[in-house]
Ligand binder design. Structure first.
Ligand code: FAD
Length: 394
């Protein structure tokens, strides 16, 4: 079985306790009300989970991607939405941590923990989802500021967040190389928020569309250089995709546990259904998929923490594999519970709805496969160069 090294054990115990004692009792209500749980956000700030990657000298937890994944996984076992709350906060913080200048870092990285700033990440648009380079939103320079015009979709934490990382084109003819990233305050004139999306899962953490009409943003809010926006988005998502994998893993583990317990208790044909071969095959496959996904998620996290060269490949692999596993396992878990799996009171169908979303956000699983294949080709060319003969490999 997979085990963490000793240094992670105290944190793992602590997160499990918070998840069980604080989050689990609220999970059903958060799901049913679909209201943003301010009490959970405040508690997570207190525990450090919403400033997990921010260095200690700014008041953050100063932890690594492995820790980020541990918190995401453990929270997802009791509430996928509360795991999303942790993840999206880091997705909105990473662009500043990775590309902010000293003054941006000291301003925002201190304010996030101190003033409990909630973050959001605005990349997707109505006409630009997977194809980020086709985004239409523009940022036009006007004296000492930029004017933002366009629309963003599916902004998680939209409306509740205090700061928004917004991607817009400063040089539209350059396609993806013309994208820049800005830190935008919630209250700016010209920003309008739609009502929240009525989603199939991850309820309680809202998403919405945001329209920008001549929204003035000071030049000092540009992250990195003009034209670096695509790189900023990809470097951020590289680091958060294993956490989505960990979230999916937590969802799958929870579904497996509930359905195993059910299979041991439910009797048909004179014995527990867990003793029927057809059920045993399903349980065995579920457990094997979980172990494989866990190994891949934490391998990706380890590659990122060590700054190893193939981190992008493992990050994309972990996201698509673990979320596909979660979809398969949650669907099978419902199957194992038969009619009872279809009842909301069974607490299981929620895992299936949440799992579906993990296959879609942070880059769909089709796009992740595309990323992995591109990385494989790159690695092959680095290793062997071009012009090698077919006969050399057979
Ligand atoms: C709950 C939720 C929260 C979200 N939060 C955020 C957020 O905070 N910030 C943000 O910016 N975005 C967010 N998103 C948006 C999410 O990242 C996008 O939905 C996702 O990237 C896909 O974009 P799309 O929905 O426009 O689908 P499209 O890109 O239109 O894709 C539609 C289908 O076509 C497939 N497809 C597209 N291109 C290819 C290709 N080259 N090869 C094969 N298949 C392809 C896709 O895989 C998909 O199956 C969120 C989405 C959801 C559901």
């Amino acid at each position: 079985m997979f085990e963490f090294t000793e240094e992670y054990e105290p944190l793992l115990r602590e997160v499990r306790e918070i998840a069980a004692k604080v989050v689990k009792p609220r999970a059903k209500e958060i799901e049913e009300s679909d209201e943003f749980p301010v009490d959970m956000a405040n508690r997570f700030f207190k525990e450090g989970y919403l400033q997990i990657l921010i260095p200690r000298h700014f008041g953050g937890m100063g932890k690594d991607i492995t820790t980020f994944c541990i918190v995401s996984e453990e929270m997802a076992k009791v509430s996928a939405s509360m795991s999303l709350l942790v993840i999206v906060q880091s997705v909105g913080t990473l662009p500043i941590l990775l590309f902010g200048n000293d003054s941006q870092k000291s301003e925002f990285c201190s304010k996030i923990p101190k003033d409990h700033l909630v973050m959001a990440f605005c990349l997707t648009e109505p006409l630009a989802g997977s194809d980020v380079g086709s985004m239409q939103m523009t940022a036009t320079k006007e004296g000492s500021q930029y004017l933002l015009n366009g629309k963003k979709n599916f902004v998680t934490n939209g409306g509740v967040a205090d700061q928004y990382i917004v991607f817009a084109k400063t040089n539209p003819p350059r396609g993806r190389r013309g994208i820049s990233a800005f830190v935008v305050d919630k209250g700016l004139y010209g920003m309008t928020f739609s009502s929240k999306d009525d989603k199939i899962g991850m309820r309680g953490v809202p998403s919405c569309s945001i329209s920008f009409k001549d929204v003035p943003v000071s030049k000092s809010k540009l992250l990195g250089e003009e034209g670096e926006g695509f790189k900023i988005a990809m470097e951020t998502l590289n680091r958060s995709r294993p956490a989505i994998g960990a979230q999916a893993l937590g969802i799958a583990e929870s579904a497996m546990e509930i359905s195993t317990l059910f299979a041991m208790r439910r009797r048909q044909f004179g014995k527990p259904i867990a003793k029927l071969e057809g059920m045993q095959f399903m349980l065995a496959e579920m457990a094997t998929m979980i172990e494989s996904a866990k190994a891949l998620v934490y391998k990706a996290a380890w590659h990122l923490d060590k700054g190893l060269p193939h981190a992008t490949k493992y990050s994309a692999m972990s996201k698509f594999f673990a979320s596909d596993v979660a979809m398969k396992i949650t669907t099978d878990a419902v199957q194992i519970m038969g009619g009872y799996g279809c009842l909301k009171s069974g607490n299981l169908e929620r895992t299936m709805r949440d799992a579906k979303i993990t296959q879609i956000y942070e880059g769909t699983n089709q796009v992740q496969r595309f990323v992995v294949a591109e990385q494989l080709i790159k690695e092959f060319l680095e290793k062997y160069g071009t012009g090698r003969e077919w006969s050399e490999f057979i």
